[in-house]
Design a protein around this ligand. Structure first.
Ligand SMILES: CC(=O)N[C@H]1[C@@H](OP(=O)(O)OP(=O)(O)OC[C@H]2O[C@@H](n3ccc(=O)[nH]c3=O)[C@H](O)[C@@H]2O)O[C@H](CO)[C@@H](O)[C@@H]1O[C@H](C)C(=O)N[C@@H](C)C(=O)N[C@H](CCC(=O)O)C(=O)O
Ligand SMILES: Nc1ncnc2c1ncn2[C@@H]1O[C@H](COP(=O)(O)OP(=O)(O)OP(=O)(O)O)[C@@H](O)[C@H]1O
Ligand SMILES: N[C@H](CCC[C@H](N)C(=O)O)C(=O)O
Ligand SMILES: [Mg+2]
Length: 490
């Protein structure tokens, strides 16, 4: 593509030399990945500033630089006000407007995004559609799985992935849209067909500072839900009516709104809800009919996730019997309420609850099982919201009989300090202990368990690493738990 054509997508202030004959073979935001013929976009990040690496990019063959400031270069420099915004628009044009060829369902909310995208994938596959999934656990193009760094990729990787999906004849994409992504413009230029809201509760205050700001970021998915005058492609906002943020989110969009709820009146409702230790059943009432759903997913929160997915599928014209079939066939989501070994006298569950609300939901669900003793092993991530730490510790003690507080991903924080933040407000005689080493904590909790007890290992779910400092060590709660069980049962 000619550079001149690519630049039609952005507002630029100045170009230092003639660019008429320049042909672009790619776009890069990381100087280390630049190849001959690429345009290098300088992004000012949280750790370093891409503007420092212009000469590296030139050495690697960059043919032009997109920058927020003048830098001495041997290739043309295009000066823009905001390189992050420019990056998204350049990527959209370079990859030839891929989201125009796809139907995209964006899912946002504090908890439940991964689960809802998994449910949607199951529904659309049953409906015979080729799907793409983008989220915390992985990226999937049909059956092809790719590892991911972020829940929502940066704009460049995202548009590149959309192009791959469009070229692979993917029809529907379900993607998690994190609040960071919305705030940092990672989904700028992405045309969503459907925006889904799960819920809002405290998380990420390290980044957003206040719940209002966090909600404002989430609301961007709804305000960005563009107009469509193509009558075949109506856009929809799908909103949890039981969540107190629902009114603001409805007002954030000019598109059609469909609500779902278990308590309030809504377009899609679940009534006659029964939660057991082996699953959930409810009557799914929708504008296209009603049906009973008997799901393997456990917990009231999963009824909400199923309602969200069913509503999003319904607006894509999926028949109710397919929705029912898919909701009933899914056995669980990787690392979410995952029972480690079904054969024991006690139950060991690995779950990804890493927010106060999700921990409370999961523990409340377990409490309803009327287990003998509930043990919880939980920590909080380092370099993340400090204010959720004491809340999570208090919730652990409110619902469990005994808590072992341990490290999650300490990242660059002192693990002892993270645990201190969690336990500062607790009384010395509260039923808990602190074991910094996660493996030792899990092993001890499992050693404590007797008949009819439950051990909940919370926070890391599907993760297969533990990040201490800047290094990611191999670590999988499920494998560690299996080893501890084996040692105990021998
Ligand atoms: C805070 C944050 O979002 N950081 C993201 C950001 O990293 P950063 O700002 O630190 O980047 P940086 O290292 O300063 O680099 C700046 C620029 O210089 C470039 N560079 C750097 C070095 C060099 O030699 N040459 C060079 O060109 C880099 O390629 C980059 O373009 O850009 C990176 C590349 O896109 C992201 O991977 C990274 O996410 C990190 C890993 C992260 O942990 N993010 C979390 C907070 C996050 O976004 N989480 C949400 C989910 C939250 C939820 O649970 O809801 C998510 O969507 O993942
Ligand atoms: N609808 C819900 N409401 C509250 N808690 C939930 C809900 N769905 C799932 N959970 C809890 O939250 C945890 C994370 O669920 P899930 O991975 O689906 O959420 P997520 O929004 O994708 O999280 P992340 O922001 O980390 O990607 C689960 O392990 C469960 O404990
Ligand atoms: N996407 C979330 C995941 C948190 C998972 C938890 N294990 C932790 O490390 O805090 C985040 O990056 O904040
Ligand atoms: Mg997720």
């Amino acid at each position: 593509m000619k550079l001149q054509e690519l630049l039609m997508s952005i507002a630029y202030h100045d170009v230092t030399t003639n660019i008429q004959d320049i042909v672009v073979s790619g776009i890069e935001m990381d100087s280390r990945k630049v190849k001959k013929g690429d345009v290098f976009v300088c992004i000012s990040g949280f750790t370093t500033d891409g503007h420092q690496y212009v000469s590296d990019a030139e050495k690697n063959g960059a043919v032009a630089i997109i920058s927020e400031k003048y830098i001495k270069t041997t290739v043309p420099l295009i000066k823009v006000q905001d390189t992050t915004r420019a990056l998204a628009m350049l990527a959209v044009r370079f990859y030839n407007f891929p989201t125009k060829e796809l139907s995209i369902i964006g899912v946002t909310g504090t908890n439940g995004k991964t689960t809802v995208t998994f449910l949607l994938e199951e529904i659309f596959r049953k409906y015979g559609k080729k799907t793409g999934v983008i989220g915390t656990i992985q990226m999937k193009i049909g059956d092809e799985i790719q590892q991911v760094e972020n829940t929502t990729p940066n704009a460049l990787d995202l548009q590149k992935s959309f192009r791959k999906m469009a070229d692979a004849d993917v029809e529907l994409v379900m993607m998690e849209v994190s609040s960071h992504a919305l705030d940092l413009g990672r989904v700028n230029g992405t045309e969503f067909d459907t925006a889904v809201f799960t819920n809002l509760s405290q998380d990420h205050l390290d980044y957003h500072h206040t719940l209002e700001e966090y909600l404002r970021a989430k609301s961007l998915l709804f305000s960005q839900l563009g107009n469509s005058y193509n009558r075949k492609k109506q856009r929809f906002a799908i909103i949890n009516e039981d969540d107190s943020s629902s009114e603001l989110l409805k007002k954030s969009t000019a598109q059609q709104v469909l609500t779902y709820a278990c308590k309030q009146n809504a377009d899609v409702e679940a009534t006659d809800i029964r939660i057991t230790t082996s699953g959930t059943s409810f009557l799914l009432k929708t504008p296209i009919g009603q049906t009973y759903v008997n799901s393997n997913l456990i917990g009231m929160f999963n009824v909400y996730n199923m309602l969200a997915a069913a509503t999003a599928a319904m607006v894509q014209q999926v028949p109710l019997f397919i929705i029912k079939e898919a909701l009933e066939s899914i056995t669980g989501v990787d690392g979410r309420f995952e029972v480690v070994d079904e054969t024991l006298a006690y139950t060991v569950i690995v779950d990804y609850a890493h927010t106060p609300d999700s921990l409370e939901n999961v523990l409340r669900t377990i409490k309803d099982f009327k287990a003998n003793n509930i043990y919880v092993v939980v920590g909080c991530g380092g370099d993340r919201d400090r204010s959720k730490r004491p809340l999570m510790a208090a919730i652990a003690l409110e619902y469990a009989d005994y808590a072992i507080f341990t490290s999650d991903n300490p990242r660059t924080e002192d693990p002892e300090q993270v645990l201190q933040d969690m336990t500062d407000g607790l009384k010395a005689d509260d039923p808990f202990e602190v074991i910094v080493d996660r493996k030792a904590a899990i092993t001890k909790a499992i050693a404590y368990a007797k008949e009819n007890d439950v051990v909940l290992i919370a926070g890391k779910g599907h993760e297969t690493y533990q990040q201490i400092g800047t290094i990611k060590y191999d670590f999988d709660d499920r494998n560690v738990a299996k080893l501890a069980i084996k040692a105990k049962e021998q």
